[in-house]
Design a protein around this ligand. Sequence first.
Ligand SMILES: O=C(O)CCC(=O)C(=O)O
Length: 275
Amino acid sequence: MTASSWQSLGKRIAMSDFSNHDQLQATYARDGFVVVRNFLNPDELDDLCVSLERYIKEDVPALPDSSAFFHDRDRPETLKQLQHIQDETLVSYAHHKHWVKLAETLIGEPVQAQAAPEWFNKPPGIDHTTPPHQDNYYFCLTPPSVTTIWVALDPATAVTGALVYVRGSHLLGIRPHGSTNVLGFSQGITDYGPTDAAREQLIELNPGDAVAHHGNTIHRADPNRSETRDRRAFAIVFQAQNCQRDKDAYQRYMQNVNRQHQSLGLQTAADKNAP
Ligand SMILES: O=C(O)CCC(=O)C(=O)O
């Protein structure tokens, strides 16, 4: 989508405003995540879903293994994660002022989006857990001024596998991570325990609602236990413009990702943003 079509889209939609700016900032600073109800209105949500459906139908079949993760590559309905999305319309969301404004409100300084948006699904009937992790263990950014805006495209509930956050965990640094067998989340926290569980908060969202989480906030999700409903989401990661990547830590992380992909018989990730 071009800049001018974004402008006309902007005129026709009444986006949720951020007049509660101070409250959003305070909640995010305290908990490490914040919910924005109706972040996308029905028209916006519809446009996003149409673009994603087109991309999944027309472009995804030709993508390498490292960009499109399937539970079973021979069953398109088991698509569970998209990385490195290059579609022009989908990438343009990273520059849309509504998204940027929320990220800047939370981070408190100018931001830039990471290279490509992501799409997550928990297809029905598939045992797909999101292990407890901290995104900045993957990103390796200093300072950790990075936030993920995760927008529900379907109801995210206790049944379908809504995100679960450990309140306040962003204030306590990065925890040890180790390899998992979950494609798309190659590293998980190795000492996750009862103290974490006691501070868990399940975030149920309606389609169009967003939750934004800090890069150090521990989060996880259960499998989708619905027999019929997907649990899809579209996410963009924003970081402060002054963030620096720890290149050695990132290289170690990427070696782990590539090892996992090789062990699963996938092509290894050729570029730098694989999870
Ligand atoms: O969608 C999920 O289950 C996990 C998403 C996630 O971990 C993230 O966006 O950081």
